[in-house]
Design a protein around this ligand. Structure first.
Ligand code: GDD
Ligand code: MG
Length: 335
């Protein structure tokens, strides 16, 4: 079994955070996001992994290298321009010889991938898609199935009147290499609008896997990026344990840091500061080299690299500040 991670999107909905940092390596609790996906694959015994890149590929390669630091073997493909999700898989064709796990590169999950692979083999499926239930399915791909788990219908970003189904495409697939023949070469092509409807039309063995009690989140908007941190801090994502909530940092005696928060190396916490349910550090929800003035209140916000937050500012819920933003003393922001 091999793996391909789709990590070529521009991350437009996470702007301004993704202006200089591509979405696949935005930090989640001070770790580049893709490392969580590499952990999931390695735990399932999948170590031959291709990263499918397009936007700022050199920044991703720089951080992950050949994967040896993370117990996996990484290869890279870089599309000259984005080829779409299935087009990216086709573009990596020369590297694909075996059944392949495909991940959308923006999903935080504690999925038991071994079980997905086992079920794919038992059913002799050509394609298996993992599902997850959500409240509002309109932002996702909706997947309707029969009692045996066969996929009956796939509808990407449907209008509310088009379906009442709440099970969506969780962005994890197991694909037999034979499906490569159904994807046109050198063309933009999508799993969601192209390959999946095509498999259904042909009546191929296209099955859904519905995991039990599994955490799932697409981190691709600021609200969900922040949610991912709150869930990690509250230990709601199983299998990923935050080892060191405290790095080596300087903190004034008259400051308060609650038990949940993560503070990485090289932070300086000045007198009168309260850090509550927050991530600070090298790369964090307050990213590195950011200074926060006295009596400033940063709440439910994301602050990029190298920002200056003046004294007595109020950086309110939903705010997302791009790298190098400077806020004058007493500024108030909210989204
Ligand atoms: N290499 C490459 N090339 N990667 C791409 C391209 C491309 O042209 N386009 C998108 N990707 C990557 C993105 O980087 C992301 O990791 C993944 O493919 C999915 O793209 P998104 O832009 O995040 O899609 P989405 O969130 O709107 O919808 C997708 O994910 C949902 C689950 O979060 C769809 O697969 C939905 O069906 C699904 O429900
Ligand atoms: Mg997404």
């Amino acid at each position: 079994m091999q793996a391909l991670i789709l990590a070529g999107g521009k991350g437009t909905r996470l702007r301004p955070l993704t202006v200089y940092t591509p979405k696949p390596v935005v930090p989640i609790c001070n770790r580049p996001f893709l490392l969580y996906q590499l952990d999931t694959l390695r735990r399932a015994g999948v170590t031959d992994i291709t990263l499918s890149l397009s936007y700022q590929p050199e920044k991703i390669e720089q951080q992950l290298g050949d994967g040896s630091n993370f117990g996996v073997k990484l290869k890279y493909t870089v599309e000259p321009q984005p080829m779409g999700t299935a087009g990216a898989y086709k573009f990596a064709e020369d590297l694909i010889r075996e059944p392949t796990v495909v991940f959308n590169g923006d999903i935080l999950t504690d999925l038991d991938l071994k079980t997905v692979i086992r079920q794919h083999k038992e059913r002799q499926a050509v394609a298996t898609i993992v599902l997850t239930p959500v409240e509002d399915a309109s932002m996702y791909g909706v997947v309707e199935t029969d009692g045996d788990g066969r996929v009956l219908r796939f509808l990407e970003k449907p209008k509310p009147e088009e379906t009442s189904c709440r099970n969506i495409n969780a962005g994890t697939y197991v694909l037999e290499p034979s499906v490569l023949d159904l994807i046109p070469k050198d063309e933009n092509h999508s799993f969601e609008y192209g390959l999946f409807p095509n498999l259904l039309e042909k009546g191929d063995a296209f099955f859904a896997h519905v995991p039990q009690r599994t955490y799932w989140l697409d981190i691709g908007t600021p609200a969900r990026y922040l949610q991912a941190h709150h869930d990690m801090l509250a230990n709601r994502v199983r299998r990923f344990h935050l080892k060191d909530r405290r790095g080596e940092f300087d903190s004034a005696t008259h400051s308060e840091i609650d038990e949940l928060s993560i503070v990485a190396d090289d932070c300086t916490i000045k007198p009168g500061v309260e850090i509550i349910n927050s991530v600070l550090g090298k790369n964090s929800v307050l990213w590195s080299h950011t200074r926060v003035g006295a009596s400033a209140n940063v709440k439910d916000a994301i602050v990029g690299r190298g920002c200056h937050i003046g004294r007595s500012t109020l950086v309110g819920p939903g705010t997302v500040l791009g790298d190098k933003t400077s806020l004058t003393d007493y500024t108030k922001t909210c989204a």
